[in-house]
Design a binder for this molecule. Sequence first.
Ligand SMILES: Nc1ncnc2c1ncn2[C@@H]1O[C@H](COP(=O)(O)OP(=O)(O)O)[C@@H](O)[C@H]1O
Ligand SMILES: [Mg+2]
Length: 314
Amino acid sequence: MTQTEKLGKEGEIWAVGGGKGGTGKTFITSSIGTYLAQKGRRVILVDMDIGGANLHSFFGIDRPARSLTSFFETGAALSDLAVRTEIESMSLITGDIHSLSAENIKFSQKLKLFRQIMKLNAQNVIIDLGAGSHGNTLDTFLIADRMIIVIAPEIIAIENMYHFVKAALFRQVKKSLKEYGLKEIVQHVWDRRERYGVKNVKDLIDYLKDAYPYFGAILDRELGHFRLHLVLNMVRSGQDIQLGAAIKSVLMKYLGVPVHFSGYVMYDDTVWRSVRDRKPFMRNYLSTGTAKEIETLVENIVLARDVTVPGGMS
Ligand SMILES: Nc1ncnc2c1ncn2[C@@H]1O[C@H](COP(=O)(O)OP(=O)(O)O)[C@@H](O)[C@H]1O
Ligand SMILES: [Mg+2]
């Protein structure tokens, strides 16, 4: 599938992942979508947290009339599964509630799903991913034009996130070289990385480019869209925000891909209150500082720009 096949020319797929559960991926997905829709964009949200689907709850929807279950079980067309939300110009494709996990999706179903996601009639398709680094989750992340990573300032979330993005990048490298018969070489070098002086994915890519100059250009092209937009959620202090900038540097150093620290969102009790009261956050709490932080991070993602870190380096 090429970029031009995706959502026509003006449309973009955004995916929100990050490896760990409970960092606010689904909240951020719902908020980004609402903000873009309220700015007049046609938005479709897709809940790809197979088995743990709860994006609908952030819109006060109890039992969605339709869900991805129909896609998997009866072959229903994806575009027929979108349900309206109370936000005009935004609809939602609810996740599969019955399957146990992302592992249950068959390869052929996955390809069909991706093809249909790319054909959805929207200016922004925003995909909410589940936790973990399963291949299906990584592949979904990799079809996105904008790769958004949500983390919380805690060590486990950061470790899981690093594992997630590393696995996604490694998978992209293997995919890129697969059709040239080099997938095994990538794995071979990685499995013996000490012997090759390869310490991380950046070293691996550099090694491959050196050893196979012809494939360097292919890698550059195929990895061209691999650009991370980092969102730090549940922030409680200025020190936490500084951490976002540090994480960005570490990711760039060890992965060798562009990373933007797009924004941060403070920990705010209004968030869970909005879910409890069934009031979509970005519709009902627009005057809060948290809503402003979300506006800023979406604008930064659109412009591939970094957030200004208060009182410190960027
Ligand atoms: N910035 C925040 N402040 C306070 N609570 C938050 C914030 N972001 C998310 N939450 C709450 O944390 C919980 C987990 O969020 P969720 O979006 O479901 O995480 P994930 O999708 O990563 O598992 C939810 O109860 C949500 O309301
Ligand atoms: Mg979630």
